[in-house]
Design a protein around this ligand. Sequence first.
Ligand code: AMP
Ligand code: FE
Ligand code: FE
Ligand code: ZN
Length: 279
Amino acid sequence: MTVMQKKWVDLHIHTTASDSLLAPQEVVEIAKECGLSAISITDHDAIDGFVEAKQKADELGIELVPGVELSVAYQGEDFHLLGYLIDYENPEFLKKINSFREERFIRGEKMVEKLNELGIDLRMETVKSIAGNGSVGRPHLADALVKEEFVHTYDEAFARYLGYHAPAYVPKKYLTPKEAIDLIHLVRGVAVFAHPGTSRSQQAIYDFLEMGLDGIEAYHCQHDRYVTTHHINLAKKLGLIYTGGSDCHGRRKGKILIGTVKVPYRCLEMLRKVKEENY
Ligand code: AMP
Ligand code: FE
Ligand code: FE
Ligand code: ZN
């Protein structure tokens, strides 16, 4: 009797190319140790983490799916869209992604200025030394505030200075959801609504559906099993696919989450099927 071995994936992982503490190669090694069959690297506004991980993934025999996570603003709320199986070498796409990264850097400088106005003598140099080549985000500023002992913890940095309603917060230059979905489709990718369980309402899913959304992220580190089941059912009802991943940021969010959210291989097959049908 043959026993069918179930295959698992993790389709939402960050690297040092954005705001994780894990290098792309380390991500692949950990995924291998966890016994995952496939992963997707989905950095905020960056693709170089995926590119750097490719060789290691080939070596270790792990399927690596190109991905990106884009931030959008809609009706006063901040949402994330995942783009999967994108043609990541498309020059127009690379130009856009690079401009988002440049804007993130400028926003970082603005937040440092705001901190300075608040009497916090943080330097952009410190933020840069932490971010390295990664696209600059609030997590880098939070780490810099901890490093320079302006706060005791990462969470305190958000609570006192960097959170949405805190005094040093500067919004990003957001895309509209339609622009983000169109950009993902321009590079023949599959557009998935990231971690819907963390949004205030479900209405955005219905609205983004009208704009061409392809799927919903049902499995996520912040979704309990009820939230996951709800989104799988919602996806089925709306004729969308469902995906999932850990949203690992290395130890920045406590522990390394790769492989801790069980996502069936079938989710990757659904992504491939949508790509095949649409392009
Ligand atoms: P950014 O894209 O630069 O606005 O940074 C967003 C990231 O900051 C999120 O992906 C989280 O990892 C982190 N973050 C946002 N708000 C908080 C918070 N209140 N506490 C801890 N981390 C947060
Ligand atoms: Fe992040
Ligand atoms: Fe996200
Ligand atoms: Zn993420």
